[in-house]
Design a binder for this molecule. Structure first.
Ligand code: BGC
Length: 268
């Protein structure tokens, strides 16, 4: 099945058509800057543009950086607070005419890694952390997602964990890799105390720099880098939508997600 995956991040929004069986992008990846302020109207407009840029007219899965339960946003720590309480899927559906489902962005990345990547065929307790503007978490027990765990908002060292060890903190505070990796290590040891995961997968842009962090991580932690890099969020959002069995098409109401490329329409 082909689904358009959209990954909303603190700095960029990315979209691409995904083959949800093979777990890979089948179309060009498009990116837009995250609007500032990231209000619902601005973000939905950007998502509609991306649907148009991908010439898409089928099911859409969105990964959102906040708690999302049954398509409704409950928190939006790094975006505009007016998102809280809104049905994200309904807004995007109204704007594009496409069937839409929404999920937390880290849960999306985790689903991709658990299905196709570093946590594939890994039973037990598996935790994926995404390190970016914030820290996202996705917890799996025997391959089954426990959604919205939000470990980036754990209280830690007088603040929340993501204010201490997100990848953005390294840049904002101009920390050396060693300094930042030690912060990350302290946080991982704390999380290990709470959950004793069998495996921790580190995702987000920094996973490509795993060799810089690895020497500073305690050997008792079972940590591996994510392998799907910046595609995990897109693939996972699409996968979550495919698993919901959304209808292939509810009829486009905007011209943008039109029929430029029938080849890319969903094979339901
Ligand atoms: C949000 C999470 C999100 C993470 C990564 C946090 O601030 O609360 O929901 O997964 O950032 O984007």
């Amino acid at each position: 099945m082909e689904v358009l995956g959209i990954d909303i991040g603190g700095s960029g929004i990315k979209a691409a058509v995904v083959d949800t069986v093979a777990g890979r992008l089948v179309g060009e990846r498009h990116r837009r800057e995250t609007p500032s302020p990231a209000t619902p109207a601005a973000l939905v407009r950007t998502m509609s543009e991306l649907v148009g840029a991908c010439a898409w007219n089928g099911p859409v899965g969105v990964g959102f950086p906040g708690v999302v339960r049954h398509d409704v946003v409950y928190t939006a720590a790094n975006l505009d607070a007016s998102w809280v309480g809104l049905d994200l899927a309904a807004l995007v559906r109204e704007a594009t005419g496409c069937p839409v489902s929404a999920i937390n962005d880290a849960d999306a990345a985790g689903l991709a890694e658990a299905t196709f990547g570093a946590a594939r065929d890994r039973p037990g307790t598996v935790l994926l952390l995404t390190l970016g503007t914030g820290i996202g978490s996705a917890l799996f027990l025997d391959g089954r997602l426990v959604p919205n765990t939000e470990l980036g908002h754990l209280e830690f060292r007088g603040d929340i964990a993501e204010a201490y060890a997100a990848a953005s903190v390294r840049k904002a505070k101009d920390l050396r890799w060693t300094q930042w990796s030690k912060r990350l290590n302290r946080l991982l040891l704390h999380i290990d105390l709470l959950l004793s995961p069998d495996l921790i997968v580190l995702g987000g842009g920094v996973s490509a720099k795993f060799e810089k962090m690895a020497p500073h991580l305690d050997p008792s932690l079972r940590v591996v880098p994510a392998v799907m890099l910046n595609e995990a969020g897109i693939v996972g959002a699409a996968l979550a939508a495919a698993r919901k069995d959304l209808p292939a098409n509810q009829g486009a109401t905007t011209g943008k997600a039109s029929r430029k490329s029938p080849r890319r329409r969903a094979k339901a």
